[in-house]
Write a protein that binds this ligand. Structure first.
Ligand SMILES: Cc1cc2nc3c(=O)[nH]c(=O)nc-3n(C[C@H](O)[C@H](O)[C@H](O)COP(=O)(O)O)c2cc1C
Length: 135
């Protein structure tokens, strides 16, 4: 079985001072995800992260536990957690959207309030798939 978790969060260090955080996250995420059979995508905007992880449930639980306690962001908000028949992302990738980006407009502020509008969640997910080249 595969599980998918879709989350958004607020960066502790916004662009343009977030370069070292991004580099460190990318390095650990690529290595750890590959070792655990996790695929997905992470979008970094000026102020936010939006990430989708998919893989075996115990692996997803372990990485999400790390992500929740990571001080490089806060207000980690799970938008969707679903079981999947097949992966939507067949590789891990990082797509960077620049400042004042379309993605920032999509994340702020409604997705960070609970419960999020399902149409907002669907649109952002499609945008991330497009950025990650998964469409
Ligand atoms: C927005 C964001 C996304 C992250 N995504 C991943 C990820 O997909 N996989 C991963 O292993 N770590 C990811 N990390 C890093 C983890 O939070 C954590 O630092 C790392 O997995 C090491 O785990 P540990 O701190 O429990 O040892 C992410 C961190 C942030 C802030």
């Amino acid at each position: 079985m595969l599980r998918s978790v879709f989350f958004v969060s607020v960066k502790s260090t916004p662009w343009p001072h977030d370069g070292s955080d991004m580099k460190a996250i990318g390095e650990i995420a690529r290595a750890r995800n590959a070792s655990l059979g996790i695929t997905g995508a992470l979008i970094s905007t000026e102020d936010h992260f939006a990430g989708i992880l998919e893989g075996p449930p115990p692996a997803i639980d372990a990485v999400m536990a790390s992500i929740f306690r990571d001080a490089r962001h806060w207000r980690v908000t799970v938008l969707e957690e679903v079981d999947l028949a097949e992966r939507l992302f067949d590789r891990w990738s990082l797509a960077f959207a620049g400042r004042a980006s379309l993605v920032d407009l999509r994340v702020t502020p409604r997705l960070l309030s609970v419960p999020a509008d399902p149409a907002d969640v669907r649109h952002l997910k499609e945008l991330i798939r497009a950025f990650a080249g998964a469409l």
